[in-house]
Design a protein around this ligand. Sequence first.
Ligand code: ADP
Ligand code: MG
Length: 326
Amino acid sequence: MSSAEVSAVLEMRAVDMEFQLGGLVGKRTTLRALSGVSLRLEAGRALALVGESGSGKSTCARLLSRVYSPAAGQVLFRDGDVAPLRGKSLDAYRAQVQMIFQDPFGSLNPTQSIAYHLERPLKIHRHGLSSKEVREASEALLLQVGLVPAAEFLKRRPHELSGGQRQRVAIARALSVEPSVLLADEPTSMLDVSVRLGILNLLEDLKQQRKVASLYITHDIATARYFAEDTAVMYAGHVVEQGPSEAITANPLHPYTQLLIESVPNPKNKITGSSARRATDIPLWTAESRGCPFASRCPRVTDICRETMPEATVVGDGHTARCHHL
Ligand code: ADP
Ligand code: MG
């Protein structure tokens, strides 16, 4: 099913986001953290948002969860603009759109049991449940995220669990309010390699069974296609390429996406994936910057690239890229 035929659960349309960077009054710089970003999240599907640190991925998640409001453009939930939401309607929206963070420890209270972490949102979201029903619902959630025997895990505190188990608790808590959207911001990057796949498989099951719309933020383009049907590649606040994950990884067309794919560590060739090609600073993109943000690193750069950022060109079924030299 191509994405154009399905209506989005949550969508960003041509969103700009700016931050004022320090300095004395009159000497401030306006950082343009996002420029014209459009993303769509659909029920039962995942979109991977890929890019180096500082490219604007977490800013997208904060806009989608309405921590920030856009400087321009719109965030739409089931076709309704979320900007005017206040009070109870904002609380209801935030329950629908749940975040899962990189560091599960940071979002759990070390002095409280796992039972506390699950029962609290259950009581608020599904008021009217008896204590017994709340306990049963908590156990069902732990069962669903693979923490058994559930009664044992309910008694424990966060530090008595492994990193992977803590992330499972964070996911169970997000599910307790029956969200329609999950925003997972680098959910496996602080976990041991050996448990990462288990968390991704869990997110995959939830996507299929609960039909949640998922955003999967990662700096690792290689894992994106295992979980996400679609991928958007960001560079300095711009989506430079977007489309089906298979097409993006098999046939990357933007020079930045090509660089990311070439940089994926390959056991057959120990030299690629070295820091030499990877860690280059993303330019500071300000309100005054123009052209393509990748121009300073791009092997195909010509004069026009320093002048204007091209619009997206359709290069395949649902696959677009923004480059003058495709
Ligand atoms: P990513 O998640 O891709 O690493 P972020 O979205 O966190 O990137 O940040 C994008 C850019 O916006 C970075 O240059 C970052 O320093 C800047 N930024 C993010 N949040 C703020 C903020 N609250 N104030 C100022 N600058 C910010
Ligand atoms: Mg981030």
